[in-house]
Design a binder for this molecule. Structure first.
Ligand code: HEC
Ligand code: HEC
Length: 185
């Protein structure tokens, strides 16, 4: 028994000596994995993380934990979306950490420069946001924090869909009962 153990230990030592794992190699492999994943994400969320596609939210400037949590929800299929569940299925925990950090490092979507098509609607929204204290969590600049999503510069239809999903229970994140107190039927 002892000799079998000794042989196994020797084999393990030799294997380590023959294939030393360098920290650099591990780092390179992780950077390469991130690059490959980002190419997939860019197909819908765009290279700069500012979506140009209807129904696809922007990711640029989202707080790190917000992105990480959403990817965990898609991977665990508690947030359901066919496209995102297919993407998240293959993500490792390290991929999710790296993707969260990457999108948080990008500048958020630029403010609109086109003339406001419906200033009365914008005004009504601003009043609701004030009355319902949305900034308490999403911050005065609406950049979000921690697991709380960024709303500033987010695509309008993506915000509307998120509120519908919270209201109808299709999406359940932390504290969403607060976001749900929205007037949208
Ligand atoms: C085929 C298109 C497609 C690809 C590829 C894709 N996404 Fe998405 N993603 C979507 C759609 C559509 C949604 C909105 C889902 C919904 O309405 O619930 C979304 C939502 C998200 C969200 C939630 C954002 C929010 O504001 O709620 C995150 C985070 C996200 N995607 C990250 C990624 C990452 C990271 C990748 C690459 C690994 C990726 N996506 C690849 C289409 C895609
Ligand atoms: C108590 C804290 C809190 C308050 C108050 C709050 N939110 Fe949120 N909000 C959150 C959290 C946490 C998330 C992320 C939830 C998740 O994981 O899906 C979120 C997510 C959102 C999202 C989805 C973002 C995305 O990209 O997917 C929208 C839209 C939103 N909130 C709007 C609002 C509005 C509008 C109000 C005011 C009526 C509001 N929230 C008030 C905590 C809050």
């Amino acid at each position: 028994m002892r000799s079998i153990l000794a042989v196994a230990t020797l084999a393990a030592v030799l294997a380590l000596a023959t294939f030393p794992i360098r920290a650099d190699d591990a780092g390179d492999a992780r950077a390469k994995a991130l690059k490959e994943k980002l190419e997939v994400c860019a197909a819908c969320h765009d290279e700069d993380g500012v979506s140009k596609m209807d129904g696809v939210p922007s990711l640029a400037g989202e707080p790190d934990f917000f992105t990480e949590y959403q990817l965990l929800y898609f991977r665990g299929e508690t947030r359901k979306n066919e496209q995102m569940m297919a993407v998240a299925r293959d993500l490792t925990d390290d991929d999710i950490r790296d993707l969260g950090a990457y999108y948080a490092s990008l500048p958020g979507p630029p403010a609109l420069t086109d003339p406001d098509p419906d200033p009365a609607l914008t005004q009504a929204g601003a009043q609701l946001i004030k009355d319902r204290h949305c900034a308490q969590c999403h911050l005065d600049t609406f950049v979000g924090q921690g697991e709380i999503g960024r709303l500033a510069g987010q695509r309008e239809e993506a915000i509307v869909k998120a509120l519908h999903d919270y209201q109808h229970g299709a999406r359940r994140g932390a504290a969403t009962s607060s976001c749900r107190r929205s007037p949208i039927p």
